[in-house]
Design a protein around this ligand. Sequence first.
Ligand code: GLU
Length: 473
Amino acid sequence: MANSENKGVSFRQSVDLMVDRAMAVLELDPGIAKAIKGCKAVLEVRFPVEIKGKLEVFSGWRAVHSIHRLPVKGGIRYAEAVDQDEVEALAALMSYKCAIVDVPFGGSKGGLHIDPRKYDRDELQRITRRFTRELATRGFLSPATNVPAPDMGTGQREMAWILDTYKHLYPNDINYIGCVTGKPVNQGGVRGRVEATGRGVQYAIKEFFRHDDETAAAGLDSKLEGKRVIIQGLGNVGYHAAKFLQEEDKVLITGIIERDGALVSDSGLNVEDVKEYVTENHGVKGFPGVEFVEVGSMVLEKECDILIPAALEAVIHGGNAGAINAKLLVEAANGPTTFEADTILRERGITVLPDAYVNAGGVVVSYFEWVRNLSHMRFGRMEKRMDENRGLHIVNALKETGHDVPSWVAKELTRGPDELDLVRSGLDDSMRSAFQQIKTTKDKNDKVDDFRTASFVVAIEKIATAYLDVGVY
Ligand code: GLU
């Protein structure tokens, strides 16, 4: 709900208020604080496209929040709720997100005011190609300066159209393929990007559970297996996060909230089955054998261990924050908690892992994709066989000297990493080190007692240093 105002505070103001808390902790110079907080440039375009014989005019935005690193990075959203305030708030979150996970990009975001479900493939292609031309010709799209990615309502298909349009506009740009990330693999995409944000959510939760002091402070034991999880939204992020947590970490998915209502089951829902049902029926209503709750948002208040909002903004607000009954809130969506709700949750002592950290997996893997594009080579191509041969020598040497090498060890040692292995390893490492930086900041600083403020402190320290190192002029 981009346009939803909470006590008169817009999404962008809500983000700024949270950032202010971190800036106060850092006692940041007001000039630098102001320089960091505002968007540096916002492009608004209106363009006509002929749809079914009639001209329709579309409005779109691309906001650039910070340029301390280039290119600036962030998705393009297709939704009816898109407006300039939302795009600016999301661009700001991108800056902080990139800084938290040490991705060397500034923050940006784009949005098109459209309900993509109302248009067929051909119409969406024409709209996307036109929007791309608007962005590129005005300096808001290029591998060197501004690199979009998927977001709500867009995916690989739209990214391939953006790439193709840019390529035809600038055929002499040798790095044209890096003008956008989240592309299909056969169009220069990197393996593991589709599920990256959901995978990152899983890695963030796993890392949290490696710290006994944090699980205890949240009122949980340190075993992730068997934890009761409620997830809001089975889109790309929610689906992958829930799937990996269920299949690999054996959590119990006790609630799934979708657009048309929610499913609840204390003995656990099968994510794959529900996803399949949602794809076929455009909702969860009628899913057999489990309880259906018409007012899905009520399920946000159901008792559980981990609540994962993975859909819209401002779903946890002043009106329901007092009733949230989870021990750990993991923000897989961007901006699911308003400033007012955040204050209430803090007072109630509910542990919150914030969006700017939790959902950074997407941009981390986008960074890998961009690097792959600039190097014009897939990861692992040079070293895979070399690693395999080295492993084989070790296994042979051990066997020749009379050592027994279990077959699974031999198999692991003689398998060189492929692109997906490397992407996962890089993502896991990024999520783990970011958590450790955030936790150290929280533990070291008397004035910081929550992960959100700590995350913003980490981000702002890095961004402020980048500004101060070169001087602001
Ligand atoms: N749209 C995603 C986000 O909000 C990904 C951005 C990117 O990969 O550039 O983080």
